[in-house]
Design a protein around this ligand. Sequence first.
Ligand code: HEM
Length: 476
Amino acid sequence: MHHLGIYPHRSLQKLARKHGPIMSLQIGSVKALVISSAEAAQEIMKTNELNFLNRPESEVTRKLLYDLKDVSVAPYGEYWRQMKSICVLQLLSNKRVQSICYIREEETDLLINKIGEGSRIDSSSGGGVLNLSEMFMTLTNDVVSRAAFGRKYSEGESGRKFMKMMSEFVSVLGIFDFGTFLPWLGWIDRVNGLTDKVERIAKEMDEFLEGVLEEHIDGDRRKKYLERKVTRDHENDGDQSREDFANVLLGIYKDKAAGISIDRDGIKALLVDIFSGGTDTTYTVLEWAMTELLRHPKAMKDLQTEVREITDGRNEITDQDLEKMKYLKAVIKETLRLHPPIPLLVPRKAIKDAKIMDYDISAGTMVITNAFAIGRDPLLWEDADEFKPERFLNSCRDFRGQDFQLIPFGAGRRGCPGISFAMATNEHVLANLVLKFDWNLPDGIKGEDLDMTECTGLTIHRKFPLLAVATPTSQF
Ligand code: HEM
């Protein structure tokens, strides 16, 4: 176990170079299979997909996710199918993602204004240096909370509490608990305080989500009362796609629409999934994309040229503009290739015994796919460790689960349902950042000297925040 170190995606990449793309690991009492090539990933997520649709579970995920009533760890079966269809068709569909463009635009405008204010502070007096990591984290939290809960929870004292609770929640979700891997040492979780901590966080989260639901139910009652009293029908334009996710879920709960039944715990579990799966991951892409652009001034210049040519003097970027920005899309793909936010994806579990590339895999084996190692496989990618967005310009390789060389979102039935949601935010924010500002590292730091240390945990962002200096352009 100690060989896994603090960066398991890197140690497993090294081990795979020695032992091959399919490795069997015994992690305590858990049998694990580590997949490190595109071909082997395709075997798991496509050819033998039906056998690898389960997720490993633990006491921690059970406690935090309402006894697995969510979608991301729910066992494969009818309940998971219903939850997934709610995510794909109702919450994260392209139509819904488009309908909340006003949230992305408003929050991006706030970010741009904050950067503008920061850039006016004299940098010679030590001011004007922006903490982009923190800004990106706030932005993605705000976009996801407005979409999911109908309002932001990042401001003031209660905002600080909420952010703390969320970051604690995500960190315990990815924690190594003795009970799962070494059941005979499960008592350590109780002695070292993990069990109590998980219970406290689960309780705090539940109280918060109950508050959100009550607020929605009250709001709904008030709306109905007003609708009966005031017959100004045009006030409610009937645009249901603008509803927040809590409202949509409460609607399904009440109507039992299309035979789907979700209970109150199911609603809360799904909201937690959306928040915990959609914030850290999305902000990580922005953070690494700006890091790489600051390290590669030519790529930054090329991106700015594209964005400025397409917007042609306008200071607003439309979805049609984003469609045309091929280099922007290439920068994001290259960022996801080198820095997949969840480098080991979300583990799967074998349902039955299987044969994968001539190896016998027994039922219950945990499957870890090293998307980081696949994205940097020198057999698949020229100059695999280099940031070269151009490689995607004349290539149709994409990250939506068809090309197993690039699988930051996983693939197949269990793949990520939030791709369009995440990409819409990332593209919009990144294009605005390079349209409205020129960027430099503070204190004359050169790109090649920028610290690239990663943090530890499930989602890998920078260990040290990304600091930069912005100079407004005429489009600001
Ligand atoms: C750059 C951003 C994101 C990355 C890299 C990412 C990555 C992933 C990965 C690797 C999985 C597991 C896939 C598999 O097992 O094949 C996953 C699942 C999931 N993601 Fe994302 N995700 C992102 C954004 C989002 C967003 C924005 C949301 C929601 C708003 C979301 C919600 C989910 C959910 C609910 C699942 C569980 C699906 C299931 O188990 O059936 N993700 N994501």
